[in-house]
Design a protein around this ligand. Structure first.
Ligand code: DX5
Ligand code: ZN
Length: 226
């Protein structure tokens, strides 16, 4: 339980009040901030960049910021996010011409690094880099939009990724992203995930009594993990 981390995706937050939204979800007990970066090139949507990440840092967010880069190319933008306060930076192997080099760039900037696997991307990209990653992120939707349905094949992929992590002996987080809700998080955990991104499943569900608070929904996620 203590090892399981909830990572709200800011994509479903109210961007006009982003600092307050992130404060409120963390106050309710979320663990890390999942920061979705889309470039209208690698994925068909455009979101936010280092300026907004920096704004959250300056606002006083101290929880780890988990930057999910859905951009291509990757390397040039890494330093900007490190400067902006990113703790973890993950990227898609298809978006980098040189995966090993990108991992080195991220680490050289003082951040943790991870690889992200789209629903049809094979885990074989991990073969030669298990000693160079801190996180594996399994996409359970095709990247680009919040609010999509969980693709069930991600469960088997999680089991395979968990096996690879356990066999390697390295300390690597296993994160899931896309369509995570109160009613499926337990089976996702049972398949091996320890870090759970949720956007529409969290930010769409403020307390009934107070639209600025998220205690009820966070507690429901925690209870589902018991
Ligand atoms: C999709 C993003 C996800 C997404 C999750 O490209 O990487 O983080 O916002 O949103 P939900 O939880 O609504 O599927
Ligand atoms: Zn994401």
């Amino acid at each position: 339980m203590a090892n399981e981390r909830l990572a709200p995706s800011i994509l479903s937050a109210n961007f006009a009040k982003l600092g307050e939204e992130v404060d409120n979800i963390l106050a309710a007990g979320a663990d890390i901030v999942h920061f979705d970066v889309m470039d209208n090139h690698y994925v068909p949507n455009l979101t936010v960049g280092p300026l907004v990440c920096e704004a959250l840092t300056k606002h006083g967010i101290t929880a780890p910021i988990d930057v999910h880069l859905m951009v291509s190319p990757v390397d040039r933008i890494v330093g900007d996010f490190a400067q902006a306060g990113a703790s973890i930076i993950t990227f898609h192997p298809e978006a980098s011409a040189h995966i090993d080099r990108t991992l080195q760039v991220i680490h050289s900037e003082g951040c943790k690094a991870g690889l992200v696997f789209n629903p049809a991307t094979p885990l074989s990209h991990l073969d030669y880099v298990m000693d160079k990653i801190d996180m594996i992120l399994i996409m359970s939707v095709n990247p680009g939009f919040g609010g999509q349905s969980f693709i069930p094949a991600a469960l088997d992929k999680l089991r395979q990724a968990r096996q690879r992590i356990d066999d390697s002996g390295f300390d690597i987080r296993l994160e899931i992203d896309g369509g995570v809700k109160v009613d499926n998080i337990a089976e996702i955990r049972d398949a091996g995930a320890d870090t759970f991104v949720a956007g529409s499943g969290l930010f769409g569900h403020a307390n009934e009594s107070d639209p600025h608070r998220y205690d009820t929904i966070i507690q429901q996620f925690r209870d589902a993990l018991k």
